[in-house]
Design a protein around this ligand. Structure first.
Ligand code: 13P
Ligand code: SF4
Length: 317
């Protein structure tokens, strides 16, 4: 519509004036994804933040993602349309809890999902995202115990993939992915017996899919446990006519664009992240006009948190 075009033009003009690059996570609302310079998963966006030439990064995603961008590009201005866009998973562990956990397991390596505060990252050895968690854990000597935090289901996935039994997992979960229930998954799979299945590793229902495969109800090769970026790669390659998607529903926008021959159906159409959706078209304009909210990281945690994120970035390159 003309109205959308006007809004898009305004955003692009304001971004050019500020020398800003706009990064958007795959869970952002479609209008925000479509106006951004780059759309991606948390790892891809971190890499872009680390290498961009723009002097300002506008991060359309949740706060820990913008914080990670700031850690990787400390000399750039990093803006988020509202600093209130938190993450229920990141909130499941604070730095005091992590210190106490480490005291119980001296010598263990701490692997922190990027869905954590900078203060928690600063107490960790290395970060990971859902797309490189298995590689990060595999980079740690097999006999060294690991504390993996904060997502228990990603932790279970890493345990299954690496076959390691020396991984202690923090019992955190994301309210959106936890709400995609085993019943949602089993009912949807039974209603679409020929479909392929993409599941984000934060979903507790991943174990139900594995159970269905074990029962012979679903060929194992049709169950794909993937990060949001991994889902897009798989979407481009798939020849399935229907693909069931267990993750936040913002994902369906890029999936639909990546492959128009496949129907992508949500396993739970109500799985929407209220924090991701706090980034609205109006707030993006305010952000670009007024330069808010600016992300800053307390000096005392920045250096140590940067080390943990940088270690992750170096690993995959
Ligand atoms: P990805 O790293 O797969 O983009 O996931 C980020 C996230 O917040 C999942 O809820
Ligand atoms: Fe956090 Fe879950 Fe939202 Fe991802 S979907 S940002 S893990 S609350």
């Amino acid at each position: 519509t003309t109205q959308t075009r006007t809004w898009q033009d305004e955003v692009r003009a304001l971004a050019a004036e500020r020398d800003a690059v706009i990064l958007a996570h795959n869970y952002q609302e479609p209008a925000i994804q479509d106006v951004a310079d780059h759309v991606g998963d948390s790892l891809a966006l971190s890499r872009l933040a680390a290498t961009t030439d723009a002097s300002t990064i506008v991060f359309c995603g949740v706060h820990f993602m913008a914080e990670t961008a700031k850690l990787l590009s400390p000399d750039k201005t990093v803006l988020i349309p509202t600093a209130r866009a938190g993450c229920s998973l990141a909130d499941t562990i604070d730095v005091e809890q992590l210190r106490a956990w480490k005291r119980e397991h001296p010598g263990a390596a701490v692997v922190a999902y990027v869905n954590t505060s900078a203060a928690v990252k600063a107490e960790s050895d290395v970060c990971c995202t859902s797309s490189n968690a298995v590689d990060v854990v595999n980079s740690i000597p097999a006999d060294r115990p690991i504390l993996f935090l904060p997502d228990q289901f990603l932790g279970d996935h890493v345990r299954r993939q690496t076959g390691r039994d020396n991984i202690e997992v923090w019992l955190g979960e994301c309210h959106v992915h936890a709400a995609i229930s085993p019943t949602d998954l089993i009912d949807t799979v039974r209603a679409h017996p020929d479909a392929e299945l993409f599941i984000h590793p934060e979903c507790g229902c991943a174990s139900s899919a594995i159970w269905l495969a074990g029962q012979g109800e679903l060929p194992e090769e049709r169950v794909k446990i993937l990060s949001t970026g991994g889902m897009l790669d798989a979407a481009r390659r798939t020849s399935a006519s229907t693909t069931l998607v267990a993750t936040e529903i913002g994902m369906l926008h890029q999936l639909g664009k990546a492959n128009t021959r496949t129907s992508f159906l949500p396993v739970n159409p109500k799985a929407s992240c209220r924090y991701m959706k706090m980034i609205t078209p109006e707030l993006l304009v305010r952000c670009l006009r007024e330069g808010r909210d600016e992300v800053s990281i307390p000096q005392d945690v920045a250096a140590a948190a940067r080390r943990a994120v940088q270690r992750m970035i170096t690993l995959g390159s």
